[in-house]
Structures are given as structure tokens and as C-alpha cells.
Write a protein that binds this ligand. Structure first.
Ligand SMILES: [Zn+2]
Ligand SMILES: [Zn+2]
Length: 327
């Protein structure tokens, strides 16, 4: 198989010809049809996250077709289209797993971080963490649903039922969650980099009730805000825009330091919380919601060999929506 490999954090990925991986017991192999490029991949490649399993094939928004089935696997057939997300394995035995909070498992494996991912022509996955995708949409269009969509969904659930929702950072996750929130009948206010008129126009076109810069206050107080950009200064900005008793949810895996802020913007029972990973139930719930809500993603497709360019474009904020690699 061919794969784009991270040999050392902070270095560009290298195209390699590797032996085809074989699925072990309980695993399946897929021929990759598309793999989304997530901001977390940037944090892995740039060395912001500790101890990736090097050499590593990144990528955790995999759409593929089953082309080999390991011993003991039931419920999949050859050629079936499946999605493989970030949560690649959990232990099933720790307190978190037993309490139904497998996203916080003490001994997890993460696709494209601690096990190989989908920046490749083939990928192997634990069959218990792969999801049938049915006729959900085109391969490249649905790849971003597998992390931007899933983590977006989990953060939206944690944000609560409030009507007025703020979205800070309007990229892959934001443009999906905006559509889900609108389908739920919420008002959505999006905040992008100050002066990024293209992002504002894109948000309005997708149904945002208001779109502005992250240095602006929304026209009404928010019931909840979700922060997708990895920028710590957005935390006090979002708290200031959120009404009494409201919630601010940090959805990223990495963020720059949060500057100190006066206690009064947290007081009055505002809540500040973070989202980590996803559960398999999140995936089942969201894939159904995405289908019902008719989510349409905006993507830029890159051939696999141009993965470094896709990462650079994401890092520089040059993308509208999500980047997707096609092997
Ligand atoms: Zn566990
Ligand atoms: Zn991700």
C-alpha cells in the first residue's frame, strides 16, 4: 500500500510504499476511499500532542470499503462501506468504560495517533469501532462527518438545549454543527477571525442568524457557546457573550493558554467545560441525525500525495469547510 507517514513530529509527511497491512482477530481492513483532514492531525504532526506512535500514518476520518475481514468478526461483508473515526479502541474494563463513558477510557487507542490511520490506500481498524455508512452520501463529502461532525455533535449535546448558540471558529466542525443546530430550530451566531468576510458570508449562506468577528459581541446574549478554534483567548470572549446560567464548551483537543479573566464573567452559574473524544453511541446518534438533517459539507479534495499541502492550507486558515484526501 501507499501511505503518507509521519516519521518525526514537526517534519512533513513522507510518501511510502509499505507492505499491505493484515487485519488481526477482531479487525477489518478497508480500501480507503476518502480520509478527512482534521485539526487534530495538525496537532499530531506539529508535535502538540504527546507520544504519537511513530512512524505513524495520520488520519481519523476514514471512509473505506471492507476488503479483508479478520478472524471472529461478524456483521460486516466484503465491499461494505464503513467509517472509521478517532476512537479506535477502548479497554471495556476501566471505571469509565463500565460507566458508559468510553470516551474517557484509561487505555484507549486513537486512530491516526496511537494506531495507524487513513492517510493511505488501506487501513486496518478494530471492527467494533467501525460504522456502516450505508447510502449517506459521496465518500469525500461524508468523511468530515467522522470527526468534525462527531465531535461537533458531542459538543452540541453538551452545550444543552438553549436556543441561542454561538460557534467560535467556523471551520469543518462549525459548518456542520451550524446546519444541525438550525435543523433543531436554534438561532446560530458564528464568530470567525476578525475581518474574515469570506467566513462570515459562508456562515450566512449556511443559515447563520448572525456572523461576525471573534472580537465582536453578538446582538443578543448566548445560551451556550462552543469553541472550535484552538485559541485560548476565545474562552473569556465566549463567557462575556453568554448569559447567566449558560455554558461554554471547548471542543478541541489542544488550545493555546487561556488568559486570566475576571471571575465575574464566570459567576452567575455559567459553566465552562471541555469535550474529549467520542463514544460509539455518539457516532450512531450523529450518523442518524446527519442523514435526517441532510447535512451538506463543503470540502476541498486533495490527492493523497498532497497531504502536506492540505495540512498547510488548514494551518494557514485558507480552507472553507474541510480538506479531504483521496488516495
Ligand atoms: Zn476503558
Ligand atoms: Zn478529529
Amino acid at each position: 500500500m501507499r501511505a503518507m507517514v509521519l516519521e518525526e513530529a514537526g517534519r512533513p509527511l513522507v510518501m511510502k510504499e509499505l507492505p499491505d497491512p493484515l487485519p488481526g482477530p477482531g479487525e477489518i481492513r478497508v480500501r480507503v476511499a476518502a480520509c478527512g483532514v482534521c485539526r487534530t492531525d495538525l496537532h499530531v504532526v506539529d508535535g502538540d500532542l504527546p507520544q504519537p506512535s511513530l512512524p505513524l500514518i495520520p488520519g481519523h476520518e476514514i471512509v473505506g470499503h471492507v476488503d479483508m475481514i479478520g478472524a471472529g468478526v461478524t456483521g460486516f461483508h466484503m465491499g461494505e462501506r464503513v467509517g472509521i473515526p478517532w476512537l479506535g479502541h477502548t479497554c471495556g474494563a476501566c471505571d469509565y468504560c463500565r460507566a458508559g463513558r468510553e470516551n474517557l477510557c484509561d487505555h484507549p487507542l486513537f486512530t491516526g495517533y496511537t494506531r495507524n490511520g487513513g492517510y493511505a490506500t488501506h487501513a486496518v481498524a478494530d471492527a467494533s469501532y467501525a460504522f456502516p455508512l450505508g447510502a449517506l452520501g459521496e465518500d469525500g463529502a461524508i468523511a468530515p462527518l467522522l470527526c468534525a461532525g462527531l465531535i461537533g455533535w458531542r459538543s452540541l449535546v453538551l452545550a444543552g438545549e438553549g436556543k441561542a448558540l454561538g460557534i467560535y471558529g467556523f471551520g469543518a466542525a462549525g459548518h456542520i454543527v451550524l446546519q444541525v443546530a438550525r435543523a433543531q430550530g436554534r438561532k446560530v451566531f458564528t464568530f470567525s477571525r476578525p475581518g474574515d468576510r469570506e467566513a462570515e458570508a459562508f456562515a450566512r449562506q449556511l443559515g447563520a442568524d448572525w456572523a461576525g468577528g471573534s472580537d465582536e459581541m453578538p446582538p443578543e446574549a448566548l445560551d451556550a457557546a462552543i469553541i472550535y478554534a484552538p485559541v485560548g483567548s476565545l474562552v473569556p470572549a465566549a463567557l462575556r457573550a453568554t448569559r447567566k446560567g449558560g455554558r461554554v464548551v471547548c471542543a478541541g483537543i489542544h488550545m493555546s493558554d487561556i488568559p486570566s479573566f475576571p471571575y465575574r464573567i464566570l459567576w452567575e452559574e455559567r459553566q465552562l467545560l471541555s469535550v474529549a473524544n467520542l463514544t460509539r453511541q455518539d457516532a450512531r446518534d450523529f450518523l442518524r441525525v446527519a442523514d435526517e438533517a441532510g447535512i451538506r459539507t463543503t470540502t476541498t479534495l486533495y490527492p493523497l500525495a498532497r497531504a502536506n499541502e492540505a495540512l498547510d492550507d488548514l494551518r494557514a486558515g485558507r480552507l472553507q469547510g474541510a480538506a479531504v484526501l483521496i488516495p
